[in-house]
Design a protein. Structure first.
Length: 298
């Protein structure tokens, strides 16, 4: 009679299972996130009169260095004249020209921020430094401008969709666009067009309202600057809405007649935008925790 050996049991005995569980690493202390490194941006609670203070401070900067301001004002005026001429002659190229202006405009505005920054620090501003201040921040500025251009292209595409929905006979000419906007019979089109445009304008404004001055001041990356800019708007929605309305109203007035007001209003708003950033954001240096507290947490 032959003895048969039982087949090996594939399931490990309970002791082996418990032994393998005991072999797993166990964290005896909870994980604590490390403290933030570097200065932290703090949102300041703003008052309704603050935008007017920013404009007054920007006016002082403009008067103190009128020659530099008028140079940038002329640049803004030439951009507006070129954009208007393209819109009248070849409206299909308007969006491309607007993208070009959006590419050049922030770099011009940074020159005005540099003038205000130097005045704030007690340094004497000069024309050459205002022209080259973006050199050290080219990567961050390029990324931010790219984000703004993408937003503008999406905005333009959404506008085309609105036109296509309400004008199924084809895109209207330049005169047709103006007549459509100011025709009371097209109130549905006007409401939808303004709603779409307002949403994108608010997004662009929120992304750029303090991001470019922040890049100049702290050399932050584009994403951090854009996020903090949006935080400023969410922290003070009423005041920032007032600031946006003031900017829109002043630019509208500057466009009459022939956009000549941009020569003064453009640099005024540039200087005031620097003071808006300085008034809305405070920087707090990160404080290292005491060694005893750090040991307790680890």
């Amino acid at each position: 009679m032959t003895s048969s050996t039982p087949p090996p049991d594939s399931n490990p005995p309970p002791a082996a299972a418990s032994q393998s569980v005991d072999a797993l690493p166990v964290m005896d202390k909870p994980y604590v996130l490390p403290p933030p490194v570097g200065p932290q941006a703090l949102m300041v609670s703003l008052a309704p009169l603050d935008p007017f203070r920013w404009l007054r401070a920007g006016g002082r900067d403009l008067v103190a260095h009128l020659g530099i301001g008028l140079f940038y004002g002329l640049c803004f005026w030439l951009m507006a004249i070129t954009l208007a001429a393209v819109f009248r002659a070849k409206p299909e190229y308007t969006l491309s020209m607007a993208s070009g202006c959006l590419l050049v405009g922030p770099f011009l505005a940074m020159g005005l921020y540099e003038v205000s920054r130097r005045r704030e620090q007690g340094l004497r501003p000069d024309f050459s430094s205002s022209l080259t201040c973006w050199n050290a921040h080219l990567r961050s500025m390029g990324m931010l401008v790219l984000v703004l251009i993408v937003l503008e292209l999406i905005w333009g595409r959404a506008s085309l969709v609105v036109f296509a929905v309400f004008f199924n006979t084809g895109m209207p000419s330049t005169t047709g666009v103006i007549n459509a906007v100011f025709n009371p019979d097209n109130w549905e089109f006007v409401v939808v067009y303004l709603a779409v445009g307002g949403a994108f304008a608010g997004l662009v404004f929120s992304t750029a309202v303090v991001s470019i001055p922040m890049i100049l001041d702290r050399d932050t990356d584009a994403i951090t600057a854009a996020i903090n800019s949006i935080r400023v708007v969410f922290a003070n929605p009423g005041v920032m809405l007032l600031w946006g309305v003031l900017i829109t109203a002043l630019i509208t007035l500057a466009l009459l007649p022939w956009g000549l007001g941009l020569i003064v209003i453009g640099p005024l708003l540039g200087h005031a935008s620097w003071h808006a950033y300085r008034g809305a954001v405070r920087w707090q240096e990160a404080v290292a925790e005491p060694e005893a507290d750090a040991n307790l947490k680890t």
